[in-house]
Ligand binder design. Structure first.
Ligand SMILES: Cc1cc2nc3c(=O)[nH]c(=O)nc-3n(C[C@H](O)[C@H](O)[C@H](O)COP(=O)(O)O)c2cc1C
Length: 345
């Protein structure tokens, strides 16, 4: 069993990664149903929380059925982060996570997210400020370092543990890499192998199948795996990995009934949580993923992305089940999209 503060997780837990515009409550609901053991919110700006910005506050919504959940915050100022930590505390999540990994320019170049990797003393001051201002277990998610020449994760891990964090998730890339190349788990393994490190170490980066998860579990010895992109449109990845870890068997691909049921739940939760207009609009980017592999789906998809009433969309989804009932999906590899391809470094 893995423990983060008083939070008990099963052996080799599978974590849903924090993902801006993705890991919101509707998406977390379907990941929870499909076996995610610990989930994180999208990152939340500490400055936004302090200013009472609606978007930041809304990201603090957590529902009992999805627990345990970690709230992730970012920022480059001690006082703001400490204050934000107090605000998060009051909303009663299970974990408070600090983001020292976000590579996008508007965050990293303003001394937050992965930008903090360039200034270890600042990272320690920020973390200390957060640990001291919350009663929640504090965790950190970060990258290997800023660039190829400054991969300081081993030192970062020790220093963060010393200042009181209770788990560490490491994305096996540097900030400069963004999403290029493949994640390097060798250094993650080194952190885990360090006899001084007592806190759980979770590996992150490029896990897209049960086979790869188990291969990396055995090869790199991490305490658990955090999954991001592979879960988008394919939340079954969590149960598939757990099943493979336990039995060595690959589960069959989800049926059309299962795909549509998950898609419907995602839609209904989006509708309820975001409201009818935004909920329906933002759901449109998910249909392609849920229905991937179905032949000649274009016409149905066209309806799904243009209809404006939830009942009409649900009807189309029911029609899809009837039309494709019994269709045998091929088990195709999950495609991991380079989300920050166009982000100027
Ligand atoms: C759309 C998107 C949004 C992301 N937003 C966040 C975020 O808010 N906080 C964070 O720590 N990482 C964020 N990440 C990084 C992921 O948590 C994860 O580290 C990365 O995708 C690598 O894992 P993967 O290969 O399993 O996707 C984001 C990634 C994507 C694709």
């Amino acid at each position: 069993m893995i423990k983060i503060g008083n939070i008990q997780l099963p052996d080799f837990p599978l974590l849903l990664a924090p993902m801006e515009d993705v890991s919101d409550p509707p998406f977390r609901a379907v990941c929870k149903d499909n076996g995610a053991h610990l989930m994180y919110t999208e990152f939340i700006s500490s400055e936004g929380l302090i200013r009472d910005a609606i978007k930041s506050k809304k990201k603090l919504d957590i529902f009992d059925y999805e627990k345990p959940v970690g709230v992730q915050i970012f920022g480059g100022d001690e006082d703001s982060l400490a204050l934000a930590a107090k605000i998060v505390d009051a909303t009663n999540p299970d974990i408070l996570d600090i983001n020292y990994g976000c590579p996008v320019k508007k965050v990293a170049m303003r001394g937050a997210g992965a930008g903090v990797l360039k200034d270890l003393p600042l990272m320690i001051r920020l973390t200390d400020a957060v640990v001291k201002s919350t009663t929640l277990p504090v965790t950190v998610k970060t990258r290997l370092g800023w660039d190829e020449d400054t991969k300081n994760i081993e030192e970062v891990a020790e220093r963060l543990q010393d200042v009181g964090i209770q788990a560490l998730a490491i994305h096996g890339r540097t900030r400069v890499q963004m999403y290029k190349g493949s994640a390097n788990w060798e250094l993650i393994a080194k952190v885990k192998e360090n006899p001084r490190i007592r806190i759980p170490v979770f590996g992150n980066g490029d896990i897209d199948s049960p086979q790869k998860a188990v291969e990396y579990k055995n090869k790199y010895g991490v305490d658990g795996i955090m999954i991001g992109r592979a879960a988008i449109g394919y939340p079954w990845i969590f149960n598939e990995i757990s099943h493979y870890v336990k039995t060595g068997e690959i589960l069959p691909a989800p049926t059309v009934e299962e795909r549509v049921a998950v898609c419907k739940k995602h839609l209904i939760k989006s509708f309820e949580w975001k409201g009818p207009v935004v909920g329906i609009n933002e759901m449109r980017r998910h249909y392609t993923n849920y229905l991937k592999g179905l032949p000649n789906i274009k016409e149905y998809r066209g309806k799904l992305v243009t209809l404006k009433e939830v009942d009409e969309i649900l009807e189309v989804l029911d029609d899809i089940v009837i039309h494709y009932s019994g269709y045998e999906f091929e088990k195709t590899p999950i495609e991991l999209i380079n989300y920050h391809e166009k982000c100027p470094v």
